[in-house]
Design a binder for this molecule. Sequence first.
Ligand code: GLN
Length: 304
Amino acid sequence: MSYKKIIEEVYERVKNQEDTGRLATYIPELANVKAASFGVHVSTIKKEDFGFGDHLEKFSIQSISKVLTLSLAYTILGEDIWKRVDVEPSGTPFNSLLQLEADNGIPRNPFINAGAIVVADILMSNLKNPKEDFLQFVRSISNNSSINYNEKVAASEKSVGFRNIALCNFIKSFGNIHNNAEEVLDFYFNVCSLEMNCKELSDLFLFLANGGKNIQTGKQIVTKRQAKRLNAIMQTCGFYDEAGEFSFRVGLPGKSGVGGGIIAVHPDEFAIAVWSPRLNKKGNSYKGFSFLEEFTTVSKSSIF
Ligand code: GLN
């Protein structure tokens, strides 16, 4: 059976399931999205792509952006990046402060907030105009110059971002933030506010299904070895304290965001983006998770 048919069938089934999730209202602006939205889009390395439902509606990609900031920082620092951030699953919520003190300000991994704030600091030290240069990087990977930040979402998060302010200052006290904390956070909040629809997201992440190479231009965005490692970190750390559960139920490298998006990658085959804004207790899209579980089961496309 083709992916298209399977996706359509699973989409219809999951669409009608009861959704016990809740919107991420801790960022006030995210409370304004249509809670029942549900879209899915797949892009394959054979250059097929198709989607269903609200797959062409933009949403806030939030923590999915952590893979993109890491990708850029990795190309700049190479393996030295791991002196600033580790690659171990944290088993804690995305905004936890818990392990930082024992770990001397080295975040467990780049996909929890603490780690992504350190990665933002690395980019601040290495880019001339961090916001513009990072946006340019994202646009070049996706061959799409319309991708942008949502200033309203960034400002909304900034107005209530007390946890992230605490995280950044705490890490700085250990010497692992080199720039002005307020400026690092301003950059971090903007990066989280990036907006995309499911099609743009799955097109963009194809480089990680394609050994780090842009499928349209043939340009190597990250090296093959770096792509392998980025996928490995998505597999082990992409869902905070639910990373084991995602491996167990879905079996693909992936990354979620509190905007309700999930991206999952099947190396050498496809990238698939799902969006449904109601989140489970761990901050991951309730329906997105269910959809991907059923999809990899029916299509036998778990990597395990
Ligand atoms: N911007 C969000 C935050 O820092 C990102 C969290 C997420 O998507 N899990 O809280």
